[in-house]
Structure formats: structure tokens, C-alpha cells
Design a protein around this ligand. Structure first.
Ligand SMILES: [Cu+2]
Length: 295
């Protein structure tokens, strides 16, 4: 078939229209699945719920991306045998009921650039770990060659989680004593093999790290080798522009940091609270990952 210029222009316009309807990035998915499984972590098997990209269990929550200042929606499919509540935990959003074996669509408002928490808000859904982040506007502020890594931070009292799941939970008592600490639902050394979490870049690259604290406690991350630039923060917008090697992330906070990889080598990033770099009390573990800058 031969096409003249006018026909080509028409087809190009149609293709652009279809392209733009697909949204700003490959991760702007329209659906997530609540999936139940077992988190096998030393020394326990922990009942777990995750927000997955499809109905298959991976044990790792899926991250979603949206354009800045643009309303959108997401459909949540509940494959669990329990009803759950889901919400964007930013800006006092209302919970949406997602009945067992059913699906519901959540309207996401226009959001500012940054990292916002999103997930289940009922006690079982939240404590069994079905939560992730919405990366808003990050593909617009980065360039094509700048990867965006992400760290979903979690702290877990696995004994409480078993009680919550079996219906015998009576609260955390006077003290909350978690025994597992995770980045993207994994503990060190598994964190070092996580392509989404381990920062693998070339010397001279700039990259972004999206961080959300889903735990019940505040966390503080210490970067070796680099100061990172705070680009966004839900709880401390006054810190945007700060350059720090130690970054606190309050409970519920979402932040974005920019890292300029100006030194070659392998550098650790770890939680500065020593209990959070253990697995069930054994060091090293928990929230440790690496920055690897290839010369
Ligand atoms: Cu350190």
C-alpha cells in the first residue's frame, strides 16, 4: 500500500493519540491484585498479603506511576477470602471497600510530584504487608538515562502478624518490638540482589531513589560515600534541597532523593538504628543495600 503525505499525517496522529492514552510510563498500570501468600524469612514463615501486578504471588509489592497534577484511577482485584479497605494514604483520602473475590476502582486525585503511600488500611491488610508507593511525576523530572530505584521500607513483628491473621491479636502492648526490617519486602542479603533496590549505575550517572516508610516506626538511612539531594518529601517539604548523608523518613512519609554517582566503587546504605540491620536479632541483616558505581 502506498500512502501520501496527508494519509501518513493522519495515521501518525492516530498513533500519537493511542500512545498518549497509555499514560506517561510503562509502569502506569491500571490494575493491581491483592494476593495472599507466605513470606518465608529466617526463622519464620509469615502470613502475607501483597499488591501484585497480576494474580500471581511474587511476595513483592508492585509500584505504580502517575503523572503529576493529573487525576487518575486504579482498579484493585481482591483474590483474598477477606474483605479489605484500600486507600491512598496521603491527603485524607477515603477508604474504598474491596470485597473478597471482587474488584473496585479507586479514584486517585491530582497529586503533586513525589512519592505517596498507597495500600490496604484494614488491620490485616496493612500489617500483612499489602502496601506500596505511587511515584508521581518522577518520569517527568528525570531524564531517559536516569534510572529510578525504589525502597519500600517495612518493619514487622512477626509474632503479632501471626496473631492478627489468626484473630488472636490483642495489640502491641507497652512496646512495639519488630524482629524483621525490609527494603522491598526483603532483608539483607537478599536486598543486594534486588534490581529495583540496589543502586547499579555508571560513574557520572545521576539517579533518583523513591523511598516510602510503611512501617510503624520512623527510620533513618545512612549513605556511605555520597550525600543525596532531597527532591520531594510529603512530611518535610522544608527539607527539599538539603544535601545529606543521613536521611530520616518518618512513619508514613514518602521522599525522593537524587544521587550523583561521582565516585566509583561499592558503598553500603543502611538503617542507622542498629536493631534494624538484623534479621530476628542476628547481624548483619534487615535494611542494608548497596550503591554500586561502575567505573
Ligand atoms: Cu553508616
Amino acid at each position: 500500500m502506498q500512502l501520501n503525505f496527508r494519509q501518513l499525517s493522519k495515521y501518525a496522529a492516530i498513533i500519537c493519540m493511542i500512545w498518549s492514552m497509555n499514560g506517561p510510563s510503562a509502569t502506569a498500570q491500571e490494575d493491581l491484585w491483592i494476593v495472599r501468600g507466605t513470606w518465608t524469612t529466617f526463622p519464620n514463615e509469615v502470613p502475607a498479603l501483597r499488591l501484585e501486578n497480576d494474580s500471581n504471588w511474587t511476595g513483592i509489592n508492585a509500584v505504580i506511576a502517575r503523572a503529576a497534577d493529573t487525576a487518575s484511577s486504579i482498579t484493585i482485584h481482591n483474590t483474598d477470602s477477606l474483605d479489605h479497605l484500600c486507600a491512598l494514604t496521603w491527603g485524607n483520602q477515603f477508604n474504598t471497600l474491596i470485597e473478597a473475590g471482587s474488584a473496585a476502582t479507586i479514584e486517585l486525585p491530582a497529586l503533586p510530584t513525589g512519592v505517596h503511600r498507597f495500600g490496604l488500611t484494614d488491620t490485616i491488610g496493612e500489617r500483612l504487608g499489602a502496601f506500596s508507593m505511587v511515584q508521581v511525576g518522577l518520569t517527568e523530572i528525570t531524564t531517559n538515562s536516569s534510572p529510578i530505584f525504589h525502597w519500600n521500607l517495612g518493619d514487622w513483628n512477626t509474632e503479632s502478624i501471626a496473631q492478627i491473621d489468626s484473630g488472636s491479636y490483642s495489640g502491641e502492648g507497652a512496646q512495639y518490638i519488630p524482629d524483621q526490617f525490609t527494603i522491598n519486602e526483603q532483608t539483607y542479603p537478599a536486598t543486594a540482589d534486588d534490581a529495583n533496590g540496589t543502586v547499579e549505575v555508571q560513574l557520572g550517572d545521576t539517579c533518583w531513589i523513591a523511598i516510602a516508610n510503611h512501617g510503624l516506626m520512623d527510620h533513618v538511612l545512612h549513605f556511605h560515600g555520597f550525600h543525596v539531594l532531597i527532591e520531594t518529601s510529603t512530611h518535610h517539604p522544608d527539607r527539599v534541597g538539603w544535601s545529606k548523608d543521613t536521611v530520616p523518613i518518618k512513619r508514613g512519609e514518602g521522599i525522593t532523593v537524587r544521587l550523583v554517582a561521582n565516585l566509583p566503587g561499592m558503598y553500603p546504605v543502611h538503617n542507622h538504628n542498629l536493631i534494624a540491620v538484623t534479621n530476628a536479632g542476628f547481624y548483619p541483616g534487615g535494611m542494608i543495600t548497596h550503591i554500586h558505581v561502575q567505573p
